[in-house]
Design a protein. Structure first.
Lengths: 110, 470, 450
C-alpha cells in the first residue's frame, strides 16, 4: 500500500467542486460530494480526458466524463454508462486536521 | 423454467384501409432555432418528469459547447439556426403534388407504391396511418407483455424501466449529434421484450407512422430481456421526401443474456437531408445483436452502428449496404468493441457509387487487453460504376490482446468487363447485365431482409441502375 | 527547461549557422528557411494530429540532443562496424559511411565512377551537382512537417548517388549511418537520382551500439526514379533500444520506372517512419516490403502512402510485424488513386503476430479511390502465435526459444523472399533469428565509453 500524501486543504474544495492533484506522479481527481470526499484516477478509462473537468452529480455520487459523457460511480469507480466500460481506480482519502491526504491504491484494478 | 413463447405471424397484405386523422398542431408551435426555452417547451408539452427536462437541458449545453466533428463527411451546409426543432408550422408540411420531383414520381410508379402512400412519402400529405394493422398486432403483443410504442409513451407508462436504461448506452455527451438528439428528441420507438419471449413478427416503425415518427430527432430504446428475440425494422425503400434538412437519431439497444436482437434499417431520404445517427448496442453473455443497415438516400449520412460485446460468447454482426448517387455521400461503417472473452464479430459492407457519388466505410474493431479467444472478421467491397465516383475505406483496429484472430479485407473495383461480356453474350442488354451484377453484389444484404422489403429493394435498384450505362 | 544554457553542438540556431557557412548560397538559404519552419511548427500531438494518435512523442526534447559533438573517440569504431556489415551483405558494394561528423569513409566506388556514376557526400553534391540535388530536395519541402523541417535544416554528410542515362550501376551502393554517445542526434541523408533507363541497388544501414544513453535519429531518403529506371532499395534499422527514430523514405516514380523497397526494422525505442511511393508517371510500379520485430517496450510505427497519380500504375505493399513482451506496433497505410489514374492496381497487406500478452498491434489500411477502373484491395490480420504449433515443435524436442524462432521465421519468410537483394535477405534473416533469441536489436557491438 502506498504512503499517505498531503494534497491540500479541505476548505479549498467546497461541496460540488473538484480538484486535480498529482500524487507521486499519478493524476488524481478529488471531489467533494456534500461534504464527503472521494478520490479516483483523473484519467477516464475510456479516453484521454480529465474527470476533474467533468460534471459532478452529488445526488447520484457520480462524475460524468467531459469527453463522451460516461458516468463513473465515485464510491466504486465503476463505469455506469458506455462508452466507458473499465472502472477507474478509487483511492483512499482522509482529512486530518483540515488537511486532505490521499493514498494511491496500487492494488486496485485499473 | 421459462419456455419461449412465440407470436403467430400474421400475413401482411397490402390491402389496408387508410384513415386520415387531423393532426393536433394547433396546440403548440415553436420558432426556428434552438434555446433552453425551446427545449423546456418541448418537455412541458410532453408533460415529462423533471429528470428528463434536466437531461435535455444538460444535453443542450453539451451540444453548444462541442465542436463539429473534424472528420467524416462535409457538414458545412447545416444551418442550425434555420431548423424547427419540434413542431413545424402546418403551411410548411404539405407540398403540392406538382412540386414533387419527376424522378421521385417515376420511382413511385415503377415500384407500384399505392397512391396515398406516395403522397405521404412525397411530403404531400401530412400523415400515413396503418392503425388497423398495428392494432391487431398489438393485442398479441400485449398478451405476452411485449411493449411496442413510442418513446414518449414509454417514458410515461414504464418509467422505471425507461429510466434504468435511457442514456446508458449513448450518454447525452457522447458526440455533438447525440447531444442534439438528447436535447430535442421526440418520437421513435420503445420496445421491451420480457424474459424468454420470442416475437416472431418483425416490429415495424412503419406501422405507427405519422409525421412524428418519421421525425428528425427520433429516439429508439430497445430492451430485450434474457433469452428473448425481436426483429425491429425502420424506414422503407421508397424514396421519402423530408422537408427537414437535418435528421439526428439515437438508437440504444440492450440485449441481455442469450437475447437476440436484429435491427434493420433501410433509409432512402431525399437528397436534401443530412442524416447523422448514433446507434449502439450492448450485448451481454451469449447475446446476439445484428445491425442490417441499408443507406440509399440522403445528401450526407454518417452512421456507424456499434456493438459492445460485454459478456462472454456474445456475437455482433453488421451487414451494411450503401448506394451513393450524384451529390450523395454515404459515410457509414461499424464499431465492434470486444470487452469480454470468446466474443465474435462479423462485418460485411457492400457499397456502390455512381454519378459522382461517394461511399466511405469507417469502422473500428477494438479488443480489450484482457479479452481472449476473440475472433473478428471485416470484409468491405466497393464498386465504382463510373469515372466520377469515389470510394474510401478507413478501418481502425486496436488489438490490445494477443489471443485473438482478427481479419480485415477490402476491395475497390469496377464491374469486370468479362462479367458484362459474358452476360451480354447470353442475350442481356448491357444495362440489364449491370443491374444483375449490382443485385448480385448486394445479395448478402438483401437476403437478410423480410421478403417484401427485398422485393422492393431489388425493384428500386433496377430503377436506380437505369440510365447508368451511357 | 528553456532557461538552461544551450549545450554546445546541440540542435539549435548555431548548428544551422555552422552548416550554412559551409554551404552554397541556395542551400544556406534553404537551411535557414527550414529552421524557421521547424521552430514555428508545433511538436506532433496525439489529440490534434490523426496520424500521431497512437504514438506518444511527449518526452522528446530535441534541443537536448547534440548534432555537432566535435571530435569523438568512437567514429572509427562505428565506421568499422558498418564496413563489416557491408562485407557480409554486399562485399562488392561501394561504401559511404556517415557519422555525426559527416562522411567518414567513401570506398569501393571506382567501378561506378568509371561508368559516370556520381557517388559522394550530399554536401559535395550540393556544390558539384546542384541541379540534381535541388530537384531531389524539392520532393521534401522545408515546411512539410516538424521533423522534415529539422532534417532540411541540419542534415550533414549524407550519401548522394546520381546515375546517368541508360547506365546500369555495376555494383550496389551501401549508405551507412551510425552514431553513438548519450544524447547524440544524427540526421541521416540519402539522395538517389536515377536518370532515364538507369538502374541501381542501394542498401541503407542505420545502426548504433546498444545502451549508450538516449539518441535521436531524424532521417530522410529521397529517391528520384527517372523514366524507365529501376531502383532496388534495402534498408536496415538497428538503432539502440533507447533511440527516438523518425524517418521519411520518399520515392518519386516517373513513367515506367520500378521501385523495389525492402525494409527491416529491429531497433529504436520509438520509431515513426513514413514510406511514400508517389507514382507520378504512367506505368510506374512500386513494391514495398517490410519485416519488423519488436520486443521489450518498443513502439514501432510505420506509415505508408501509395499515391497513384497516373494511369496503369501498380503498387504492392506487404508489412509483416511480430511483437512480444510489451512492444507495440502501429501501422497506417493509405492508397490514393487520383481521378486520372485509371487501370491502377494497388494492394496493401499487413500481418501482425503477437507472441505475448501485453504486446499490441494495430493496422489501419485506408483507401481513397477516385478512379473507377481500378483494382485495389487491402487486408490486415492480427493473431497470436499458435499454441498448438508451439506444442508440436516442443514435442519434437525443439526447445521453446527455438520454437518461437522457427515460427517467427516461418511467418516472415514470404516477406524475406521479396527482398530484391539476396545477400541482404540472408543477413536480415540472421538478425531476425538473433533478435528473437533475445539478442540486442542494436546494430553495433557496444564498446567502451563514448
Amino acid at each position: 500500500m502506498s504512503e499517505w500524501v498531503t494534497v491540500g486543504a479541505a476548505a479549498d474544495i467546497p461541496p460540488g467542486h473538484a480538484a486535480l492533484v498529482d500524487v507521486d506522479g499519478t493524476q488524481v481527481a478529488v471531489f467533494n460530494v456534500n461534504g464527503e470526499f472521494f478520490a479516483v484516477d483523473d484519467t477516464c478509462s475510456h479516453a484521454e480526458a480529465s474527470l476533474s473537468e467533468g460534471e459532478l452529480d452529488p445526488e447520484g455520487c457520480t462524475i460524468e466524463c467531459p469527453m463522451h459523457g460516461s458516468c463513473f460511480d465515485l464510491r466504486t469507480g465503476e463505469a455506469i454508462s458506455l462508452p466507458a466500460y473499465d472502472p477507474v481506480r478509487v483511492h483512499r482519502i482522509e482529512i486530518v486536521a483540515g488537511v486532505l491526504r490521499v493514498a494511491i491504491d496500487e492494488t486496485a484494478v485499473p | 423454467m421459462t419456455m419461449a413463447v412465440t407470436v403467430e405471424a400474421h400475413e401482411l397484405t397490402k390491402d389496408y384501409k387508410f384513415g386520415f386523422h387531423d393532426i393536433d398542431v394547433s396546440v403548440f408551435r415553436t420558432e426556428k432555432g434552438l434555446s433552453p426555452e425551446v427545449v423546456a417547451a418541448i418537455s412541458a408539452h410532453k408533460n415529462e418528469p423533471e429528470w428528463m427536462l434536466k437531461f435535455r437541458l444538460k444535453a443542450l449545453s453539451h451540444f453548444r459547447k462541442r465542436a463539429m466533428p473534424s472528420w467524416g463527411a462535409d457538414l458545412s451546409g447545416i444551418d442550425f439556426d434555420n431548423i424547427y426543432y419540434y413542431v413545424k408550422p402546418t403551411e410548411e408540411q404539405s407540398r403540392s403534388w406538382d412540386d414533387v420531383p419527376d424522378s421521385i414520381r417515376q420511382t413511385f410508379d415503377k415500384l407500384g407504391i399505392p397512391e396515398a402512400e406516395r403522397k405521404f412519402l412525397a411530403g404531400v400529405s401530412a400523415q400515413y396511418d396503418s392503425e388497423v394493422v398495428y392494432h391487431s398486432i398489438r393485442e398479441d403483443l400485449d398478451k405476452l407483455g411485449v411493449v411496442f410504442g413510442d418513446c414518449d409513451t414509454g417514458l410515461r407508462d414504464h418509467p422505471e424501466i425507461f429510466r434504468k436504461y435511457f442514456g446508458t448506452v449513448i450518454p447525452a455527451n457522447d458526440n455533438k449529434f447525440a447531444a442534439l438528439n438528447s436535447a430535442v428528441w421526440s418520437g421513435g420507438s420503445f420496445v421491451y421484450v420480457p424474459k424468454g419471449v420470442r416475437v416472431d413478427i418483425p416490429l415495424q416503425a412503419y406501422f405507427r407512422i405519422n409525421s412524428d415518427n418519421m421525425g428528425q430527432f427520433e429516439r429508439t430504446l430497445i430492451i430485450a430481456e434474457e433469452g428473448s428475440y425481436v426483429h425491429y425494422i425502420e424506414g422503407c425503400t421508397a424514396p421519402t421526401y423530408s422537408s427537414d434538412s437535418l435528421h439526428s437519431a439515437v438508437v440504444e439497444i440492450i440485449a441481455h443474456k442469450d437475447a437476440h436482437v436484429r435491427y434493420t434499417t433501410i433509409q432512402n431520404w431525399s437528397n436534401n437531408v443530412y442524416n447523422l445517427v448514433t446507434k449502439r448496442a450492448v450485448a451481454y453473455e451469449g447475446a446476439r445483436v445484428e445491425w442490417i443497415d441499408g443507406n440509399l438516400g440522403s445528401k450526407v449520412t454518417m452512421k456507424y452502428p456499434a456493438i459492445y460485446l460485454m459478456g462472454e460468447h456474445a456475437h455482433g454482426e453488421v451487414l451494411s449496404a450503401a448506394f451513393a448517387g450524384e451529390g450523395q455521400h454515404q459515410d457509414a461503417g461499424s464499431k465492434c468493441i470486444h470487452v469480454a472473452s470468446n466474443t465474435t464479430s462479423n462485418v460485411v459492407s457492400r457499397s456502390i457509387s455512381k454519378g459522382g457519388g461517394r461511399t466511405s466505410y469507417r469502422g473500428h474493431i477494438k479488443v480489450h487487453e484482457k479479452a481472449t479467444g476473440v475472433r473478428s472478421s471485416v470484409r468491405c467491397d466497393a464498386l465504382l460504376l463510373d469515372e466520377e465516383s469515389q470510394s474510401d475505406t478507413y478501418p481502425y483496429m486496436d488489438i490490445d490482446s494477443p489471443d485473438v484472430s482478427i481479419g480485415h479485407e477490402a476491395t475497390v473495383s469496377k464491374i469486370g468487363d468479362e462479367q458484362i461480356f459474358y452476360l451480354m453474350s447470353r442475350g442481356l442488354s448491357e444495362s440489364d447485365a449491370t443491374a444483375l451484377i449490382v443485385n448480385g453484389f448486394f445479395e448478402p444484404f438483401v437476403k437478410e431482409l423480410p421478403m417484401e422489403y427485398a422485393v422492393e429493394l431489388n425493384r428500386l435498384l433496377a430503377v436506380q441502375m437505369e440510365g447508368s450505362v451511357g | 527547461m528553456a532557461t538552461q544554457l544551450q549545450t554546445p553542438g546541440a540542435i539549435g540556431p548555431e548548428a544551422v549557422t555552422t552548416r550554412a557557412a559551409n554551404a552554397p548560397a541556395w542551400l544556406a538559404e534553404r537551411r535557414r528557411a527550414a529552421w524557421e519552419a521547424y521552430t514555428a511548427l508545433p511538436m506532433p500531438d496525439r489529440t490534434r494530429d490523426e496520424d500521431w494518435r497512437r504514438t506518444d512523442i511527449r518526452g522528446l526534447e530535441p534541443d537536448e540532443y547534440v548534432v555537432d559533438p566535435g571530435p569523438t573517440g568512437h567514429g572509427a569504431g562505428l565506421v568499422e562496424a558498418m564496413r563489416e556489415m557491408r562485407d557480409r551483405i554486399a562485399p562488392d558494394a561501394a561504401f559511404v559511411a556517415s557519422t555525426r561528423n559527416g562522411v567518414r569513409a567513401l570506398e569501393g566506388a571506382e567501378a561506378l565512377r568509371a561508368q559516370g556514376v556520381t557517388v559522394c557526400s550530399l554536401e559535395d553534391a550540393a556544390v558539384h551537382d546542384e541541379a540534381a540535388v535541388r530537384r531531389a530536395l524539392a520532393h521534401v519541402p522545408v515546411d512539410g512537417s516538424k521533423f522534415t523541417a529539422l532534417w532540411n535544416a541540419l542534415w550533414r554528410g549524407g550519401c548522394f548517388v546520381h546515375v546517368p542515362t541508360g547506365v546500369e550501376a555495376a555494383v550496389p551502393v551501401v549508405a551507412a549511418h551510425s552514431a553513438a554517445g548519450d544524447h547524440a542526434a544524427i540526421l541521416p541523408a540519402t539522395v538517389v537520382v536515377l536518370e532515364a533507363g538507369a538502374s541501381l541497388t542501394l542498401v541503407e544501414l542505420e545502426a548504433s551500439p546498444a545502451a549508450q544513453g538516449t539518441m535521436l535519429s531524424d532521417a530522410v531518403s529521397i529517391l528520384h526514379l527517372g523514366e524507365g529506371s529501376r531502383l532496388d532499395h534495402c534498408l536496415l534499422q538497428r538503432w539502440s533500444a533507447s533511440t527516438w527514430h523518425l524517418a521519411t523514405h520518399r520515392g518519386v516514380l516517373e513513367r515506367d520506372s520500378r521501385l523495389r523497397f525492402f525494409a527491416a526494422t529491429f531497433g529504436s525505442r520509438l520509431q515513426k517512419v513514413y514510406w511514400d511511393a508517389l507514382l507520378e508517371g504512367q506505368g510506374a510500379d512500386a513494391t514495398l516490403t517490410g519485416v519488423c520485430f519488436g520486443g521489450g517496450d518498443q513502439h514501432l510505427d510505420h506509415q505508408s502512402l501509395q499515391a497513384h497519380r497516373a494511369p496503369a500504375t501498380r503498387s504492392d505493399l506487404l508489412l509483416k510485424v511480430a511483437v512480444r513482451d510489451r512492444a507495440q506496433s502501429v501501422y497506417g497505410g493509405l492508397i490514393t488513386v487520383d481521378r486520372a489514374a485509371q487501370r491502377t492496381d494497388g494492394y496493401v497487406q499487413n500481418r501482425n503476430l503477437m507472441l505475448s500478452r501485453g504486446a499490441r498491434a494495430s493496422g489501419i489500411p485506408m483507401l481513397e479511390i477516385k478512379a473507377n477502373d481500378v483494382r485495389c484491395s487491402h487486408g490486415v490480420t492480427a493473431g497470436h502465435i499458435d499454441t498448438e504449433q508451439r506444442f508440436y515443435l516442443q514435442s519434437r524436442g525443439v526447445d521453446p526459444e527455438a520454437a518461437d524462432r522457427l515460427i517467427v521465421r516461418g511467418f516472415m519468410q514470404d516477406a524475406l523472399d521479396r527482398s530484391p537483394h539476396a545477400g541482404f535477405a540472408e543477413f536480415v534473416g540472421g538478425v531476425l533469428d538473433e533478435v528473437v533469441a533475445g539478442h540486442s536489436a542494436a546494430g553495433v557491438e557496444a564498446e567502451g565509453p563514448s
